[in-house]
Design a protein around this ligand. Sequence first.
Ligand SMILES: [Zn+2]
Length: 283
Amino acid sequence: MSIVSLPEIMGPAFEQRYGVAAFNAVDGITMDGLIRAAEESRSPLIIQISVSTVKFWGAEVIKDTFTHLAKRVAAPVTLHLDHCPDPKVAQTCLELGWNSVLFDGSGLSYEENFQKTREIVKLAKQHGASVEGELVAVGGVEDGVGSEEEGELLPLDNEVEFIRETGIYCYAPPIGTAHGFYKAAPSIRYDRMQQLVEAINVPMVLHGGSGLTDDVFKRLISLGAAKVNISTDLKKTYADGFRNYLEARPTEYNPLKLIGAVRGDVVKMAQAYFKIFGSEGKA
Ligand SMILES: [Zn+2]
């Protein structure tokens, strides 16, 4: 069984300064492609799922699909719930045995976010799971969650206190990256990530990974980003995969060939990220 906890997969990455790619899978095709890619590249992998995807398929179906695909490979794989502002959804996933959740209380006041995050951490512990925390909203809407603008920045001390006192395992820092397609190159606050890691030595999570340059990835990973989220690029690979295949073969009606082609595109995309993030061969 290669299904592992978030600390088991992120701990070595944080220590050795490589990044574990966390892709937002949307179905069995993407999940299968990602897990095949991890196995072929001998790379650790985080499969993360948006709340809207949970609502589409159901948390149990996703967990079962993940378990059946992941337990056949040797590469370590973790199932994570992405940006979840609803404690009930997080609870459902934790009770079903998901490995970790991002409780996203960035839309709440500091106090409310603090309290709710702490409660989720407590609940997660009971299920042997871990929590990613978020204090300041990452810019850009992702699957209906979040806002266009990055949230208002807080003093470093507040972020450090939040991380330490809530007991979260890893933290999504506001460093100028954003969800969706970048319209212009983002201005990244490397200094903030560095200060956070120096102050608290907790693994960081890079949100808004799609569209960043290799140099930006490498620099942030070297500073302590141990989980690197890729959602938009997977969605694009998936949609383009279907479109390109069907446009080139308008009279092809073999679904397995179509799905197989798209799955192959997902494998290639994932493997390219494993190389950039330095996780290839680490499993
Ligand atoms: Zn995100």
